[in-house]
Design a protein around this ligand. Structure first.
Ligand SMILES: Nc1ncnc2c1ncn2[C@@H]1O[C@H](COP(=O)(O)OP(=O)(O)OP(=O)(O)O)[C@@H](O)[C@H]1O
Ligand SMILES: [Mg+2]
Length: 252
């Protein structure tokens, strides 16, 4: 049995203060992610996907329930403990890359380690290894303005993984890419998942991106209403995802 890297139990999130207009964006959400899993979160606009990702990534707090990541309950940490936890255990990959324009790709990837005061001697082999895995060695000394969108996104993935986080969290990571670059990023993520057992949780609207996952949780009105597992080819899984989306009238 593989270890549990994320354990979400009975999580609720209510926006708004008491006596104000309150909105329950997450209602009793529970699931777990095992080491080496590749989980997709899908659901219509306003269903609670970003809210879920924000509480998982410790950017926002839950109203009740517990979230354990790498064995640690993150719902009762101080803000100093949280930033330390984020720096060590979480990797993020966003739609708009978030690369710093005046740093080279190498410096961008090294950032999570430099911020943790890892000595530069130890940083170099780590950056070189992840760069090789993601096929961006050639552009390490270029600046973000000098490379393609897909290469930028792979650098963002390298930066999210260089410190070997417990889990990689992605919010529409292929959203800003054309189909060729999206495919190449998804193939890279698949490789990291299969070859290095990297645990990934991905929020996406896109059935094609979701078809790379091993398991998909569908969320609607703040609740998980369906879960499917990939058992066959990616093409068959893609069709199954489209069928689920169509059956709930949530295709978008
Ligand atoms: N800060 C907030 N205050 C009040 N309500 C909020 C806040 N943030 C989100 N909501 C509400 O919570 C619900 C879930 O929002 P969330 O952003 O999680 O949806 P989503 O699934 O990510 O949607 P999309 O696909 O459009 O990004 C929505 O009804 C939204 O209006
Ligand atoms: Mg969202």
């Amino acid at each position: 049995m593989k270890e549990t890297v994320v354990d979400v139990k009975n999580v609720r999130k209510v926006y708004g203060k008491k006596n104000e207009n309150q909105y329950e964006a997450l209602k009793d959400v529970s699931f777990d992610v095992k080491k080496g899993d590749f989980v997709g979160i899908m659901g219509p606009s306003g269903s609670g996907k970003t809210t879920l990702l924000n509480v998982l990534s410790t950017l926002d707090t839950t109203t009740s329930g517990s979230i354990k990541i790498a064995g640690k309950d993150i719902t009762h940490l101080t803000s100093d403990q949280l930033s330390d936890f984020r720096a060590k255990e979480l990797g993020f990959i966003f739609q708009d890359f978030n690369l710093l324009e005046n740093l080279t790709m190498y410096e961008n990837i090294a950032l999570p380690l430099s911020l943790q005061d890892v000595p530069s001697k130890q940083i170099k082999p780590k950056v070189e290894k992840i760069a090789e895995t993601l096929d961006i060695t050639r552009i390490l000394h270029h600046y973000p303005a000098e490379v393609s969108g897909g290469q930028k996104q792979r650098v963002a993935a390298a930066r999210a993984l260089v410190h070997e986080p417990a889990i990689l969290l992605g919010d529409e990571p292929t959203g800003a890419l054309d189909s060729k670059n999206a495919k190449s990023l998804l193939e890279s993520m698949k490789g990291l998942n299969e070859d290095f057992d990297v645990s990934i949780l991905l929020v996406t609207h896109d059935a094609y991106s979701a078809s790379y996952c091993k398991r998909i949780l569908f969320i609607q009105d703040g609740e998980i209403f369906k879960e499917i597992h990939r058992t066959d080819t990616r093409e068959a899984f893609y069709q199954e995802i489209l069928d689920v989306l169509a059956s709930f009238g949530t295709k978008e």
